[in-house]
Design a protein around this ligand. Structure first.
Ligand code: NAD
Length: 336
C-alpha cells in the first residue's frame, strides 16, 4: 500500500510521540506538524525530519489523514476543520469535551465518508490483545488504574484523564446497556476529582467496579475479570495476562497450561488450570496508528470507532454527574 500523506496537529507531550512514530511507519508519510506554539512545532519537526507548518489550513491541504493531539477542549473545533478539509481523523481520547460535540463529529465523519478513530490505546495493549482467543463474558470486573502524582492533566477530573480508558475496555467486554451507575470522587490536590470510584451495573446483570487515582504512591493498571469457570487478570502496565480456568481440560488448548489443583470428585472432578497467554511486546501507539492507516486503505471500521469514544464519554459524564450530586449532598449535610 502506498504511504498516506499524514500530519500531526498539536505536538506537546503526546503529539510529539505521534509525530516520531508516524515518521517511522511505512503506512504513513509524515508531511508535517502544526502547533499553535511555533517554537515547539519547529523543534519536533526538526527531530522528525519533517516540516513545521505555520498555518493549519496549509497542512490540511497537503494531507489525507491527521492525528489530533491538542487539549481535549479543542478536539471538536479542530477536528471539524480537519474533516471539512477531507482528512481522515485520529483523535486522542476523550473524543471531545462533551457528548453533543462527539455526536456531531461522528455525523460529520460519517457524512463525509472519513475514518474517525479515537485514541483508546489500551485496546492495543499486548496484555489485552493476548486474550483475544479466549471467550470473554465477564459478570464482575474490578479495575484499578493508579498513577503517581503528575501536575499534567489536572485541568480535568481523573475520570476523563484515566478512568475513561477502563470505561472503554469494559464497554468493549460487556455488550449490554447500562442499568445504573453509582460514583464518588474527591479532589485532594486539585479542584476536580483526583481519586474516583464508580460501580457500573449492566442490564445483563454484570457489574464493574472501577477505581482511578492520580495521587497514588505507585503506578498500577490492573483489571480482573470473573466469569463462569474462569478468573482472568490483565496487567496493562507490565503487559501480561493470566487465566485461571476450571474445567476438564485447559481452554484455549493452544496455550500452555499448568494444573494447579482439583475441585470435586469422580466424574464431577474439575481441574484448575493456570495459563499465561503470550503477550508479544509491541508499541501500542504504533499499533494504533498502523491500524488507523489500514482502516483508511481498506475502507473498514477502525478498532475504536467514534461511537466507542462517544459511549465511553457518555458513561464518564454520568459518573461525573453522580459524583457532583453526592458532593452537593455531603455539603448540604455538613451545612455548607
Ligand atoms: P499537551 O498540553 O502536552 O500538548 C498539547 C499541544 O497542543 C500543545 O503543544 C499546544 O500548544 C497545542 N495546541 C493547543 N491548542 C491547539 C490548537 N488549537 N491547534 C494546534 N495546536 C494546539 O497535551 P497532551 O498531554 O499531549 O494531551 C493532548 C491530548 O492527548 C489530550 O486530549 C489528552 O487527553 C490526550 N492524551 C491521551 C493519552 C492516552 O493515554 N491516550 C495520554 C495523554 C494525553
Amino acid at each position: 500500500m502506498s504511504a498516506i500523506p499524514f500530519g500531526v496537529i498539536g505536538v506537546g507531550h503526546l503529539g510529539a510521540i505521534h509525530a516520531r512514530i508516524a515518521s517511522g511507519l511505512p503506512e504513513l508519510k509524515l508531511i508535517g506538524v502544526f502547533d499553535l506554539d511555533l517554537s515547539r512545532s519547529q523543534k519536533i519537526a526538526k527531530a522528525c525530519n519533517t516540516k513545521a507548518f505555520t498555518s493549519l489550513s496549509q497542512l490540511l491541504r497537503q494531507v489525507q489523514a491527521v492525528s489530533l493531539v491538542v487539549p481535549t477542549e479543542h478536539h471538536y473545533q479542530v477536528g471539524t476543520k480537519a474533516l471539512k478539509h477531507g482528512a481522515h481523523l485520529f483523535v486522542e481520547k476523550p473524543i471531545t469535551s462533551c457528548s453533543d460535540q462527539a455526536t456531531d463529529l461522528i455525523h460529520r465523519a460519517e457524512q463525509s465518508g472519513r475514518v474517525l478513530q479515537v485514541g483508546h490505546i489500551e485496546r492495543f495493549n499486548p496484555a489485552f490483545q493476548s486474550l483475544s482467543g479466549y471467550s470473554l463474558s465477564p459478570l464482575f470486573i474490578e479495575s484499578h488504574r493508579l498513577s503517581r502524582f503528575n501536575p499534567r492533566g489536572l485541568d480535568v477530573s481523573v475520570v476523563l484523564d484515566l478512568m475513561i480508558h477502563d470505561i472503554d475496555i469494559i464497554h468493549s467486554l460487556i455488550p449490554s446497556p447500562l442499568d445504573s451507575i453509582q460514583a464518588c470522587g474527591v479532589g485532594v490536590v486539585s479542584t476536580s476529582e483526583d481519586i474516583a470510584n464508580a460501580r457500573l451495573e449492566f442490564a445483563n446483570g454484570a457489574v464493574a467496579n472501577l477505581t482511578a487515582s492520580r495521587i497514588s504512591a505507585k503506578d498500577m493498571r490492573k483489571m480482573r475479570l470473573f466469569q463462569s469457570k474462569a478468573y482472568l487478570a490483565i496487567d496493562f502496565l507490565d503487559q501480561k495476562s493470566e487465566i485461571l480456568h476450571l474445567d476438564q481440560a485447559p481452554i484455549p488448548q493452544d496455550i500452555a497450561a499448568t494444573c494447579i489443583g482439583n475441585i470435586g470428585v469422580g466424574e464431577q472432578s474439575q481441574s484448575i488450570y493456570l495459563q499465561t497467554p503470550p503477550a508479544i511486546p509491541t508499541n501500542a501507539l504504533e499499533q494504533e496508528l498502523t491500524s488507523f492507516a489500514q482502516s483508511i486503505v481498506h475502507n473498514t471500521q477502525p478498532v475504536v470507532t467514534g461511537r466507542d469514544g462517544l459511549r465511553a464519554l457518555q458513561t464518564a459524564e454520568i459518573i461525573l454527574k453522580e459524583m457532583s450530586r453526592r458532593q452537593e449532598l455531603s455539603a448540604k449535610k455538613a451545612g455548607l
